[in-house]
Design a protein around this ligand. Sequence first.
Ligand SMILES: [Zn+2]
Length: 385
Amino acid sequence: MSSIERARRYSRTKERLGIFGTLLGLLVGVLFLLSGGARATARRSLPRRGSNLPRRGLFTSLLLAGGWLAGLPLAYLSGYIVEHRFGLSRQSRAGWFADQLKGQAIGLAFALPVVEGLYWIIGRWRYWWLIVTVVTIPLTTLIAQLFPILIAPRFNSYTPLDDEELAERLKRLAARTGIEVAGVMTMDMSRRTSKANAFFTGLGPTRRIVLSDTLLEQFSPAEIEVIVAHEIAHQANRDIWRFIGLGGVFTLATSFVTDRVLKSALRRWGNALVGTRSIADIRSLPALSLAFGVANLLLAPLQLAYSRELERRADAFALALTRDPDAFSSAMLRLAETNLADPAPSRLRVWLLYSHPSIAERIARADASRGFDHEPDESDGPITN
Ligand SMILES: [Zn+2]
C-alpha cells in the first residue's frame, strides 16, 4: 500500500468512527431519556427535592460515568485498535486505559463545579443564558491558562530543547514579529504516538514554544521553522481570543435556543422523562446536555469553517515570514506522512470535519505565494489567490 493510500484509509476509518460515535452518543442520550433511565437515576440519587450538594454531585458523576462507559468501546476501537493497526500508537493497553481514567477524573473535577454553577445561575436568573455567556468567557480563558500548568504535565514531560542553535533560530523568528518567547521546550509525544506536533503554551511572558520529540526526529530545521512560523502566526493574530469570542457567541446562541426549546419540552414531558418539569432542577441535566449536544453539533460546521479561515491566514503569515515555500510544502507532505492525513479529502468531508484546509490546498497556496514578497505585517488578511 502506498503511503498516500494508507493515509487515506486511516483518515476515512477515523472519520467514520468519529461520525458513528457522535450519532451513537446522541442515540444513547435519547434512549436514556425515553427508557426512563434518566428518571430512575434521578430518583435513586436525588430522593428529595432540594437534595444536598453530595447527592447532586453523585447524580452528576453517575451521568458522566455512564456516558463515558457507553462511549468506551468505540473510543477503544478508534483510539487504541485503529492507532495500532496503522502503526501510529506506541502505547500499551494499560497505558491507554490509564490515560482514559486520568482524563475522566480531571473531566469530573471540572464538571462538578461547572454543573453546580450552571444550575445556581439557572435557578436565579430568568435570562440565565445571558449570564452563562458572560461567565463562560473568563472561565474559558482561565482554563486555557491553567491547562499547560495543571493538566498537560500530567500526561507528558516537558524539558528545555537541547539543540541551542535551533532554539535560538526559533526565538529569533518569533522576535521578528514582536512575539517574546520565554523558551523552547520539547515534549515526549513519542511515548504515545509517532505523530508529530508543535504548539505554543502559556500566555504573555510565560509563552513557550513546544516541539514534540517526534517532530525533532523526523523534520529538518527548515521544516520545523515554517511549522513554528505558522504557530507564531496564531499568536501574532491573537487567534485564541478570536476562538474565545466565537465560543461566546455560540454559547449565547445554544443556551438561548436550549432555554426556549427545553422549557416547553419539560413542561409537557419533563415528569415522565427526567422527573421534573423545571429547567432549574438538576434532574433536567440529561435533557439539558442532550440539547446542548445537538445545538453544538449543528454549529460545528460554522466553527470548523472559521477555524479553516484562521489556519489559511496563519499559513500565509508563515510563508511571508519565512519566505520558504519549498520548506513549507515539504513540511506539509511530511506531516501528511507522519500523521497519516489524507492529502486531498472531498469537499464534504472538509466541510463536516476538518479544522484545517487539506494538505493539497495548503501546498497549492504555498506554490501560489511564490513571487510575492510580503512583509509579515502586510499579510494580516488572507491570501485569496
Ligand atoms: Zn494552525
